[in-house]
Design a protein around this ligand. Sequence first.
Ligand code: SF4
Ligand code: SF4
Length: 306
Amino acid sequence: MKVTRILYRGSLSSCNYACGYCPFAKTTNTREELDRDRDQLQRFVDWAADCRQPLGVMITPWGEAIIHRYYRNAMIDLSRMDHVHRIAIQTNLSGYLGDLEDALVDRIAIWATFHPGETDLPRFLDRCATLQRLSIRFSVGVVGFQEHFDEIAELRKRLPGDVYLWVNVPKSSGIDYSDEELRFLSSIDPYFRWNLRRWPSLGAACQTGHTSFTVDGEGDARRCHFVDDVIGNIYRDDIWSLLKPTACPNSTCGCHIGYVHREDFGLDQLYGENLLERIPLTWPKIDFPMTDEPTSIPLTPLRPIR
Ligand code: SF4
Ligand code: SF4
């Protein structure tokens, strides 16, 4: 069965955290803006209910979404649609989670990011424990700033072993790791090297625009969050007839939610049906080819075992 993956990003643009590198740090939306975002999300949920195509949906908000009850309600509703195989969301995990118990747990998943300085480890681990109590699958991630290495190590130590901890590299900050730092980060996240650089991508075969696309609050669909061209509008067009394989038009791609769709990377074999929530299929068993020495990370990723 072919599941189309949709990344939804509405007009929300606010967050309760204050991460220094983020444009949404400590921003707020007005009541009117939140009402608009809620109406947009409901329209998308209604469209998803009617479309009857096998779907996987990932909410990738600007800012923090799940703190708003209407996002939790939308996830619950989507999880209860027979043709929606996955509903996942990116979150800082700061908000109330209890009502997600009404979701179908085999369909819902969470991409949670730990932000040292914005919350503390006990509080974050408590939220992870809540997800476990609810039997909701989740991955945890951190941004690999050197000043957070102690907390990252402690987080790995205290997270249950069956929870995958990924590391994103703050590439735009021009970070440059020493060999020792690379080894440390690879020990935390054995798949970290995929995120270490922006990959040359112009002309690369990429599933976005074919088996995956993004939708904004107005229903405009784009192949991915990094290419502005609009494919069509899910509310006005027969979007399914507009999806087709096309090569990447960008010179590079450096974000997980983009490059996982590269056909030559084969990362669908690493994540399988858990690709949206970034949980390796076999975690904690590692059976994807890796380099032993992080400094020898090749420019072109290794081919996966087929
Ligand atoms: S939690 Fe995420 S959205 Fe909020 S300020 Fe931090 S990085 Fe930005
Ligand atoms: S490789 Fe990245 S930037 Fe290019 S089309 Fe795919 S997701 Fe978009």
